[in-house]
Design a protein around this ligand. Structure first.
Ligand SMILES: Nc1nc2c(ncn2[C@@H]2O[C@H](COP(=O)(O)OP(=O)(O)OP(=O)(O)O)[C@@H](O)[C@H]2O)c(=O)[nH]1
Ligand SMILES: [Mg+2]
Length: 315
């Protein structure tokens, strides 16, 4: 093999041996997209499948990074190797997220059993939905049995990304209406475990009642998402949170649901890849600025979207 495939292969071998620079370079390939990302993704795919992913989401500032950092400490004290992907949607909501995350997670920076990486969108949100599962696979292939994925739960794409984890933790805060906001953001459907973080502030009881009330109206199947109180800044509730994540994992495994979830995810990923490639192909096939011109035509009602799609796809 030559070109990107060989590069990726050498990097993957080194990553599997524990070389952190190689892991970082593979993740950069995945983030950039294109042929390199494809080569890295395919190699990682062949060597992955052992890791378990935990998504951590919630409103901006809910304490996701503080909680993730505390979970890192918990996992390390249990002797587990763990990696973190902090997805930065570069949205107006989270201006300083990456810097904040670095500061919060720097306690773990020199620990060989921990790998922390922020991923940005580079302007194209859909790209993250494709890149995140690939990045998870790289960390999986590099031998991390746990991958924590932190993302802010504000947009459809972010919610989709974190909802694709094996276990999804939704972080809310005490205060009027926070649980209701989480519900509106679509977090109720993807939550496997709820955390009421900042439980040192007033209103935790009301928030628990709100969540319980909404859960009563939700079709959650055999697993009713438990609600854990936490004060992430003090490490309170973190051990219990981890126990609930382990309990959810055990439930998924014993019920066969883990395999079904992962199967659904694999199908969705293929659909997404095909859609992305068709769009790319259509863009390339429509010479020059024709693609943009057609978008303009549709916008100004000069042509209808079906005729435009026919032209783009040669249909
Ligand atoms: N009082 C209190 N403050 C907390 C707690 N957990 C986190 N914080 C504070 O809340 C602020 C936001 O915490 P982060 O961990 O950065 O929150 P985040 O959800 O990762 O934020 P974004 O990634 O920017 O959306 C920080 O100032 C934390 O110190 C808690 O349990 N109690
Ligand atoms: Mg954060």
């Amino acid at each position: 093999m030559t070109g990107p495939g060989r590069d990726a292969e050498q990097l993957m071998d080194a990553a599997a041996e524990g070389d952190r620079r190689s892991v970082a370079r593979l993740l950069s390939m995945v983030e950039r997209g294109g042929d390199d990302a494809r080569a890295a993704g395919a190699l990682a795919h062949a060597r992955s499948g052992a890791a378990y992913t935990v998504g951590i989401t919630g409103a901006p500032g809910a304490g996701k990074s503080t909680l993730t950092s505390a979970l890192l400490g918990e996992l390390r004290s249990r002797g587990e190797r763990v990696s973190v992907l902090a997805i930065d949607p570069s949205s107006p909501f989270t201006g300083g997220a990456i810097l904040g995350d670095r500061i919060r997670m720097q306690d773990h920076a020199l620990d060989d059993g921990v790998f922390i990486r922020s991923m940005a969108t580079r302007g194209h949100l859909g790209g993250l939905a494709l890149a995140t599962p690939q990045a998870v696979r790289v960390l999986d292939a590099a031998g991390f049995p746990w991958v924590l994925v932190e993302t802010v739960g504000v947009g459809q794409v972010e919610v989709e990304i974190v909802g694709a984890a094996d276990t999804t933790v939704v972080v809310v805060n005490p205060g009027w209406g926070d649980a209701v906001q989480a519900n509106k953001a679509g977090l109720m459907e993807i939550a496997d475990v709820f955390v009421i973080n900042k439980a040192d502030r007033p209103g935790a009881e009301e928030t628990r009642r709100d969540l319980d009330g909404m859960l009563d109206l939700t079709d959650y199947g055999e697993w009713r998402p438990p609600v854990v109180d936490a004060v992430a800044t003090e490490g309170t509730g973190v051990s219990e949170l981890w126990e609930q994540i382990l309990a959810h994992r055990a439930h998924l495994e014993s019920s066969g649901e883990l395999g079904r979830r992962r199967g659904r995810r694999a199908r969705e990923e293929l659909t997404r890849i095909v859609a992305e490639r068709l769009l790319e192909r259509a863009r390339q096939a429509s010479d020059g600025d024709r693609y943009e011109a057609l978008l303009d035509d549709v916008e100004t009602r000069g042509t209808d979207p079906w005729a435009a799609a026919d032209e783009l796809l040669g249909g």
